[in-house]
Design a binder for this molecule. Structure first.
Ligand SMILES: [Zn+2]
Ligand SMILES: [Zn+2]
Length: 249
């Protein structure tokens, strides 16, 4: 190894993260950064306004506990937690986890979610964590399910806070039908598209269980409503949800 190579290797190992750029602003990451640059990490749009008690979506109107989609459509969630607002850097973060081959970013931000969720009483009643499944074709394309990575992070965060750590189960809820990307569709169109898209295998396993369903983004709530309904019909006692990002009411 010549001197130049040795110097480059030293810099890669000690100063910069290998192949690392911040997925939000594009700056080169230093070894002291983790998955985002310090600035973007500090600026993450962590939700600080009141949230819907059912789905976790931020709500801005005072004296209401439930957002209008949950109230109008009687969405079947017992309780919900959302970490970030789905805007600017929140969107870029989700995009990097889903489409830029950064599964570890999902685990990292999921850990923060788990640490936050550990503060709530309801987590003590959760028996199983189920990530919203991808269709096998999508899973093969992407190589991992982003919601599963977020769920792994949630487990780590819960365990760091010495909270009860429910098991992650990925072979009970199955996406039996591939559905087109839902961007730009209205809620009703989305629900129609999703009807019958999920199945529960081994029904016995979820009888009377409280499930924490994990997804990356809560927009209209159509995917989570359909998956929750499938689990409840199959015998789950109740479904709580945790999403990385949500569109405000
Ligand atoms: Zn950055
Ligand atoms: Zn809601």
């Amino acid at each position: 190894m010549n001197l130049k190579q040795a110097l480059l290797t030293f810099l890669e190992n000690n100063l910069f993260l290998k192949n690392g750029t911040c997925p939000i602003c594009g700056k080169v990451l230093f070894a002291t950064d983790r998955f985002l640059c310090h600035q973007c990490e500090d600026d993450l749009p962590i939700i600080s306004t009141p949230t819907c008690v059912q789905c976790g979506r931020p709500i801005f109107r005072a004296n209401r506990e439930v957002c209008s989609p949950c109230a109008k459509l009687n969405l079947p969630f017992a309780v919900g937690y959302t970490h970030l607002n789905y805007e600017d850097s929140g969107k870029k973060l989700v995009h990097a986890i889903k489409f830029k081959d950064r599964p570890h970013l999902g685990i990292w931000v999921g850990t923060q979610m788990g640490e936050a969720i550990a503060k709530y009483q309801w987590i003590n009643h959760v028996d199983l964590i189920i990530p919203v499944p991808l269709h096998p074709h999508r899973l093969e394309e992407r190589g991992y399910n982003q919601s599963e990575k977020i769920a792994e992070g949630i487990q780590q965060g819960l365990s760091q806070k010495h909270s009860r750590v429910p098991a992650i189960v990925t072979d009970i809820l199955i996406r039996s039908r591939d559905t087109p990307h839902q961007i730009g569709q209205g809620r009703e169109e989305r629900l129609c598209n999703l009807t019958g898209a999920f199945n529960v295998e081994t029904i016995e396993y979820i009888q009377n269980k409280t499930v924490l369903l994990v997804d990356d983004v809560l927009t209209t709530g159509a995917t989570l409503a359909e998956t929750s309904a499938t689990l409840l019909e199959a015998g789950a006692a109740q479904v709580c949800i945790a999403t990385l990002c949500a569109v405000a009411e």
